[in-house]
Design a protein around this ligand. Structure first.
Ligand code: HEM
Length: 485
């Protein structure tokens, strides 16, 4: 007998794992061969739907440690004491490509953190960019359709990518970011993470603040040029996964320092930019970075499918002291993620080990559904209120209430004095060195010159002109030169 016996899924010993059962030595298979049937049937069911965006990703565990006092701004328990550590799981990702793509591509990177706090899991689902392409969730499916594979050609099409952007002047800031030097990170370790949206913090006294999160990499920023990326993607399509996995296996644990920008809630209405517009940053001179703590990754998952593919982050998972802002994009995301998880993983995805709370337990009256494993029974009632000491509400809101006014309807987000679609894109362009500008212009022209329709090209050029006349002129010249080639 071998030391460890191979069994069927119901635990019965397997006699032969090399030869299936047949009627006679040369005859057809026997339907009674349970081991063969089970093995083939399970194999057919190994795949689940991939994420509709951010399909390719890598994950790791670690901890977050508070280094600075932020209790004037939030009563979140996990941020409440200097030195306090909270376990985290972080999943990095690329956005547009399907599971079979490559890591070294020009694309934003996802930076999704799950803090397993004693008051429940807090998910901060951000990117490596402080802004985004659009500011209304209604546009998200169209935007993503234009960036992913075309339904007819089955591949990404420059025409679709730039046609969407021709109709989205608010994307000019993020396009300038993406086509610039930081557009292709060398690895997940060498990039920053941002919450991107504005969130709300509430302190013990009930005062509200608006905050933006910045995770600054302690490994230094490293990026690839378009040429280096093409070579890397060809040599090792999983270059980011290889780098992260191997660094942590070697004990070279990557870390990030968390800073926040904090705006007292009363300043939001008169700030020169709409503070809830995801296509804008808050200049640091208006709201300086304040250090909060350190995030360290020190453990690779044992099983990529169980822990990375099945990881489920929802921007709607808040803990007391933290809440959403009225940013329309964020509000749309509060719905989209848990809905995606129910489709992709099922209603009980929160019971999977990577998604379940670790520092506390979920205790509520949600029951049953496919694959339920929390078999509450006996004296655990499934209704509330009850007379049997079941879990009960606290009566304390997680975050402060926000005043609202106006009429219902399909509104554009209110524009503040300095709000337009181009000013901050121009500011970013003017910050760049001449070399950086040259690479930015070449990257944009490389994509835009592939578009055959003049009207789509012209609309995009108008956006760069509006951001900065020199920026527009240089992109126009570079596109013309390539199209005439
Ligand atoms: C209204 C706009 C958006 C919608 C509707 C949306 C929707 C989604 C959906 C459906 C997924 C797949 C979730 C899953 O299957 O597990 C996803 C993943 C993701 N999204 Fe968004 N998204 C939006 C905007 C954004 C923005 C602005 C950011 C960053 C600031 C972002 C960051 C991410 C990240 C990091 C993931 C991957 C999470 C993971 O690692 O599992 N998304 N998004």
């Amino acid at each position: 007998m071998p030391k460890r016996v191979l069994t069927t899924e119901s635990g019965a010993p397997v006699a032969d794992n090399q030869n299936s059962a047949t009627a006679g030595s040369g005859g057809p298979l026997l339907l009674q061969d349970q081991h063969l049937l089970e093995k083939l049937a399970r194999f057919n069911r190994e795949r689940i739907p991939e994420r509709v965006v951010h399909a390719r990703g890598s994950g790791a565990y670690g901890y977050f440690e508070v280094t600075d006092d932020v209790t004037d701004y939030t009563y979140a328990d996990f941020l409440g004491t200097i030195g306090k550590r909270t376990e985290v799981f972080l999943r990095f990702s690329t956005v547009a490509d399907n599971l079979g793509g490559a890591d070294a591509v020009r694309d934003p990177r996802g930076f999704a953190v799950k803090f397993y706090t004693e008051e429940g899991n807090y998910d901060l689902v951000g990117n490596n960019t402080p802004v985004f392409f659009i500011k209304d969730p209604l546009k998200f499916p169209d935007f993503i359709h234009s960036q992913k594979r075309d339904p007819f050609t089955g591949k990404q099409e420059a025409e679709n990518v730039w046609d969407f952007w021709a109709h989205a002047p608010e994307a000019t800031h993020q396009i300038t970011w993406l086509m610039g030097d930081r557009g292709i990170p060398a690895s997940y370790r060498h990039m920053n993470g941002y919450g991107s949206h504005t969130y709300q913090w509430t302190n013990e006294a009930g005062e509200a603040f608006f905050v933006k999160y910045h995770f600054k990499t302690n490994q230094g920023i490293r990026c690839l040029s378009s040429e280096q990326a093409a070579e890397t993607a060809g040599k090792d399509p999983n270059s980011h996964q290889t780098d992260l996995l191997q660094a942590i296996e070697r004990g070279v644990n990557p870390s990030w320092t968390l800073y926040v920008q904090i705006m007292p809630a009363a300043e939001a209405a008169d700030y020169r930019f709409n503070p809830f517009d995801l296509t804008k940053v808050w200049p640091h001179k208006d709201y300086p970075l304040q250090r909060v703590g350190r995030l360290v990754l020190d453990r690779n998952p044992d099983n990529v499918f169980a822990e990375v593919e099945q990881a489920a982050f929802s921007p709607n998972n808040f803990v007391p002291g933290i809440g959403p802002s009225p940013d329309k994009m964020l509000q749309g995301r509060l719905f989209a993620y848990a809905d995606a998880h129910r489709y992709r993983l099922g209603v009980n995805h929160t019971q999977l080990p990577v998604n379940a709370p670790k520092a506390t337990t979920a205790d509520n009256y949600g029951r049953d559904g496919y694959m339920a494993t929390n078999a509450y029974g006996r004296d655990r009632k499934n209704y509330e209120p009850n007379s049997f000491d079941g879990p009960a509400e606290t009566g304390r809101a997680l975050s402060a209430p926000l005043a609202i006014s106006g009429y219902t309807g399909t509104h554009e987000a209110p524009a503040h004095t300095k709000d337009d679609d181009f000013f901050q894109a121009g500011e970013l362009y003017r910050l760049m060195s001449d070399d950086e500008k040259n690479r930015l212009v070449a990257n944009i022209a490389g994509g835009l010159s592939q578009v055959t329709r003049d009207d789509i090209v012209e609309k995009n050029l108008a956006h760069f002109h509006a951001a900065d006349p020199e920026y527009g002129k240089r992109v126009e010249e570079a596109v013309r030169a390539l199209r005439e080639d």
